[in-house]
Design a protein around this ligand. Structure first.
Ligand SMILES: C/C=C/C(=O)SCCNC(=O)CCNC(=O)[C@H](O)C(C)(C)COP(=O)(O)OP(=O)(O)OC[C@H]1O[C@@H](n2cnc3c(N)ncnc32)[C@H](O)[C@@H]1OP(=O)(O)O
Length: 257
């Protein structure tokens, strides 16, 4: 442990990638992230996760210096599929994961951010998939996720030029939700996370599941699942609390029960 710093308060876990100089996603960083996801799953003190980077960058991607130790194409493919599996877990995680991006999110760094549920950026952050500059391609899901956010043409241009876009443009394209000045980024991210944390964890989990279902299921099956989960929440304490609070004209206090 030690490459990810964790601070939990007010139901928000702030996870800081601390792998100087560029917060490269070395295998140790990915292992720690996987362990944290295990740990947070049943931790009721964590309702929202914020990922960000210590120092100058969010993350400059996979650790290029580790690549030279990879012995074969099979191992290189395994490195990619292990990263894909982890980022898939982030995307399907039952609690919202927000990436707060400053400096740069490049290669695997952007791929990690794209697997998060929401991205907030600084105006001058650089977001890109520059792997073709290295003679390789994105391997942690970038070719599949980037076009969903920015469209095929723009995604292809970003990959074939290896040139990053700025945070301000990422917001215009829908890759990021909001841009903030760097000194305000974490504060604003926490403010957003805090709104999420006040909702019932059950409803939050259901909404994430329903948004992700479109990846594998038809529209009709998504609708069926929505009705099923809607019905499933009916008897929950949180649904009773939310509806009672509305009638009593007070703020609800959700417990996840
Ligand atoms: C399946 C996934 C695949 C991938 O993710 S492949 C990796 C894709 N990412 C990249 O290609 C980004 C590579 N890095 C850069 O373009 C630049 O760097 C930055 C824009 C991030 C920063 O540029 P600047 O401010 O000029 O600093 P600097 O001197 O280039 O880098 C500072 C130190 O950080 C190390 N570093 C940067 N990125 C990585 C990385 N991805 N893996 C390992 N180390 C990295 C450098 O080597 C150097 O280190 P030292 O000071 O010891 O020379």
């Amino acid at each position: 442990m030690g490459l990810l710093k964790v601070n939990i308060s007010d139901f928000i876990a702030i996870v800081t990638i601390d792998n100087a100089p560029a917060n490269a996603l070395a295998s140790g960083v990915l292992k720690e992230l996987s362990n944290l996801l295990d740990e947070f799953e049943n931790n009721e003190a964590v309702r929202v996760i914020i990922l960000h980077g210590e120092g100058r960058f969010f993350s400059a991607g996979a650790d290029i210096k580790e690549f030279v130790q990879v012995p074969s194409g099979e191992e290189f493919a395994k490195l990619a599929s292990n990263g894909q599996d982890l980022f898939e877990r982030v995307e399907n995680y039952s609690k919202p994961v927000i990436a707060a991006i400053h400096g740069a999110a490049l290669g695997g760094g952007l791929e990690l951010a794209m697997s998060c549920h929401i991205r907030l950026v600084t105006n001058d952050a650089k977001l890109g998939l520059p792997e073709l500059q290295l003679g390789i391609i994105p391997g942690f899901g970038g070719t599949q996720r980037l076009p969903k956010y920015v469209g095929t043409g723009r995604a292809l241009e970003m990959m074939l030029t290896s040139e990053p876009i700025l945070g301000s443009e990422a917001v215009k394209l829908g890759l990021a939700n909001h841009a903030h000045p760097e000194e305000k980024l974490l504060e604003e991210t926490k403010a957003l996370a805090s709104k999420f944390a006040q909702k019932s964890p059950n409803s939050v989990k259901a909404v994430i599941e329903l948004l992700n279902i479109a990846k594998t299921e038809t529209y009709q099956n998504g609708m069926k699942k929505e009705a099923e989960l809607f019905g499933g929440l009916f008897g929950s304490n949180d649904a009773k609390e939310g509806i009672t609070a509305f009638i009593e004209k007070r703020k609800p206090n959700f417990t996840g029960k």
